[in-house]
Design a protein around this ligand. Structure first.
Ligand code: PEP
Length: 246
């Protein structure tokens, strides 16, 4: 039995006052206990979010972490630092980081190992571009991205990891993979993970909204969502969480 998980990726959005309002709405209105909910604000707001989420059932995550534990890495945050601010999850390998920060499969795998070694839960994002999908390369691309993590971390160490399938063409575009398109990729990832697959939560991400969440969550291998834009609107994020509970 995999507990559904719905994670909000705020990206580079928010302000002290907007965050206060959003988190107050989420914590006062979230009730469904059969679903895990988490938010991932920008790192500078983790202390604020930690204080506002204390004692609630909404968990906290970060949008990235360094593969290094400390040292001369300007601009980076270590996993231990994120842990001090109450993070349970760390998103890694988001396509925006792969694209704008040239993060390779190998680097994502190294980050995954560092996060697992500290006892936090990595949310490893994988996904194909539109050109790759149209060229029939979707499953090969996903397989390569997942295999890099498997090879580096090892399947025993990887237990508890969360994978997020996020087709790049569906992120922030309003386009969503159909439930069948997403299910095909989720099933392939589960199969690739072999024995680990049965217990691994595989989230879908890419323009998930209150209006399409239910049909995505109805698929056998979709265990929740990584939500960008809709996670900034309390009512929408709560509705997605509620859809995951059904
Ligand atoms: C994301 O950034 O992980 C994402 C899925 O964004 P959106 O929901 O806005 O497409």
């Amino acid at each position: 039995m995999r507990t559904p998980l719905v994670v909000g990726n705020w990206k580079m959005n928010g302000s002290l006052s907007d965050n206060l309002s959003l988190l107050q709405k989420l914590t006062s209105q979230w009730q469904a206990a059969a679903v895990e909910m988490a938010v991932c604000p920008p790192a500078v707001y983790l202390a604020q979010a930690q204080a506002l989420l204390a004692g609630t059932s909404i968990q906290l995550g970060a949008q990235d972490a360094s593969q290094h534990s400390s040292g001369a890495y300007t601009g980076e945050c270590s996993v231990a630092m994120l842990q001090e601010f109450g993070c349970q999850f760390v998103i890694i390998g988001h396509s925006e980081r792969r694209q704008y920060h040239a993060e390779s499969d190998q680097l994502v795998a190294e980050k995954c190992l560092a996060i697992k070694a500290s006892g936090l839960t990595p949310i490893v994002c994988v996904g194909e571009s539109l050109a790759e999908r149209e060229g029939g390369a979707t499953l090969a691309v996903i397989q390569r991205q997942v295999q890099a993590v498997l090879d580096h971390v090892g399947s025993e160490q990887l237990a508890g990891v969360v994978i997020a399938y996020e087709p790049i063409w569906a992120i922030g575009t309003g386009l969503t993979a159909s439930p069948e398109q997403a299910q095909e990729v989720h099933a392939a990832i589960r199969q690739q993970l072999q024995a680990l697959g049965a217990s691994t939560r595989i989230l879908y991400g890419g323009s998930v909204k209150a209006g399409n969440a239910k049909e995505l969550f109805a698929m056998a291998d979709i265990d929740g969502a990584l939500v960008g834009g809709a996670s900034l609107i309390a009512e929408d994020f709560l509705a997605i969480g509620t859809a995951a509970a059904q």
